[in-house]
Write a protein that binds this ligand. Structure first.
Ligand SMILES: *Cc1c(COP(=O)(O)O)cnc(C)c1O
Length: 450
């Protein structure tokens, strides 16, 4: 019988994270402060523990995973690598399709992989509380769970419209002990100012970030925590690709192409960077970030210094961006609606070392439903983007007769996103065309640097 699952023992959970900076042809571009000069690590100490700041700027190839973090990982890691025999048969493709199933984490996505170490390092630094923002709720639920594991209070500013629309994500965070506030809230000056002017404000990720950062910066016992984009977050996620490489060895195979959905870049970097190490050493492997056509950061954005948030509170980061005040259409893959992208992913893309494609919303749901009917797992709308791109390649292989080995990251399951599947089945989902005008207007507001 051909093998379907490739499993690792708990003892094979990686002991080190892989830092892609060690293999990049050029050093990463530094973040800049308000004066346009590179910021030093000390600029971040008000909101991050030193251990994470050190990881943020490290050029070491391997960074040890602390034992208490590996111990917590044993609750759901190593995650399985699957060979999608049934999807291959449904497509009639000669290509081999594999996927890494990150939906097995308690919160249902890869975000737990960074939530656990972030909670651990903050606890070690004597921090009592974490503040953060969440949009759709994937990150908020991951950090609520991780905070509970290490005895930290977690305060989550959840974009008001999602707070009202996704009550079960809120219940998850509360079950794990997280305190959830509809943002804008009365908890912060930022929130109070906005509500004074507009009591019915529906909130945005930019506002929620501002509230969380305000709280962390103004209290010594509180730090801020971010679920994507930053170098240390991508570092933590490399556990996905490192495990996958061991699993491909067991399968006696190796991918020709690796696909992952790309919002802030954390699960893409996590699965792709360990394969980039092989690519840097001369191996032929293509790494493909998949984004929505409605928020086409890599494929249609500009490589420039920009703010990480709408209000312009964060340092400037050099990244592909659609402009910090770009408002993407309300697609159902909430995790892919970020205006920017990880600076590491952006730099590698700029240097032609990784690839990106954009896919439209309806085609992603079509792919997700096809996957669920063949493989059983109902994917998150974000994950459907990688599945779409992988299926498209498998169909090209069907035409050409090529037997490529394709691999994608199933970043999460869709159990809390069934309302979007309902809308898809009811024919109420639409494709948003590329918002060229909105992007052009927003790019005109990029901050002037140097
Ligand atoms: C948040 C999220 C994403 C997008 O974020 P990245 O940082 O780009 O990985 C993708 N899939 C799922 C399931 C998510 O929760």
């Amino acid at each position: 019988m051909p093998q379907t699952k490739f499993l690792l023992d708990e003892s094979e959970i990686p002991t080190h994270w892989y830092n892609v900076v060690a293999d990049m042809p050029n050093p990463p571009t530094p973040p800049l402060g308000p004066n346009g000069q590179p910021i030093g690590p000390e600029a971040l100490t008000a909101i991050f523990p030193m251990a994470l700041i050190e990881q943020e700027v490290s050029a070491e190839r391997w960074i040890a995973i602390p034992e208490p973090v590996r111990e917590a990982f044993r609750l759901y890691r190593p995650s399985p690598l699957f060979r999608a025999h049934r999807l291959e048969a449904a497509l009639g493709t000669p290509a081999k399709i594999y996927y890494k199933n990150e939906s097995v984490s308690p919160a249902g996505s890869h975000k737990v992989n960074t939530a656990i170490p972030q909670a651990y390092y903050n606890k070690l630094a004597g921090i009592k509380r974490l503040s953060t923002e969440t949009g759709a709720g994937q990150w908020g639920s991951s950090i609520a769970m991780a905070g509970q594991m290490f005895g930290l209070e977690v305060r989550i500013f959840m974009v008001k419209v999602s707070y009202d629309q996704k009550p079960f994500r809120r219940s998850m965070m509360q079950t794990w002990g997280g305190q959830v506030f509809a943002s804008p809230s009365m908890e912060t000056q930022t929130g109070r100012n906005i509500l004074a002017k507009d009591p019915n404000n529906q909130g945005s990720l930019g506002i929620a970030i501002s509230e969380a950062v305000e709280e962390a910066a103004s209290r010594a016992d509180t730090n801020y925590s971010l679920g994507s984009v930053l170098n240390h977050v991508l570092l933590h996620q490399t556990i996905i690709g490192l495990e996958a490489k061991k699993q491909f060895e067991k399968a006696g195979d190796y991918p020709d192409m690796v696909f992952a959905p790309c919002g802030g870049g954390s699960n893409f970097g996590g699965v792709a960077f360990p394969f980039f190490a092989d690519k840097a050493a001369g191996k032929n492997v293509r790494l493909v970030a998949v984004e929505p056509t409605s928020c086409p950061t890599l494929t249609k954005g500009t490589y420039a210094y920009d703010f990480g948030d709408t209000a312009g509170f964060t340092p400037l980061m050099k990244m592909y961006t659609l402009g910090h005040d770009f408002m993407p259409p309300g697609i159902h893959a909430g995790g892919l609606r970020y205006h920017g992208d990880s600076p590491l992913v952006s730099q590698l893309y700029h240097e032609g070392l990784i690839e990106a494609v954009a896919v439209p919303q309806l085609a992603t749901f079509e792919a997700g439903v096809m996957f669920a009917r063949a493989e059983g797992i109902i994917p998150a709308p974000e994950s459907n983007h990688a599945i779409r791109a992988c299926i498209d390649e498998a169909l090209r292989c069907k035409e050409s007769g090529e037997k490529k080995t394709l691999f994608f990251n199933l970043s999460g399951h869709g159990h809390f996103d069934m309302a979007s599947y309902d809308r898809y089945f009811a024919g109420q989902l639409e494709d948003f065309s590329y918002p060229e005008e909105a992007i052009r207007a927003s790019l005109a507001n990029l901050p002037k640097v140097g």
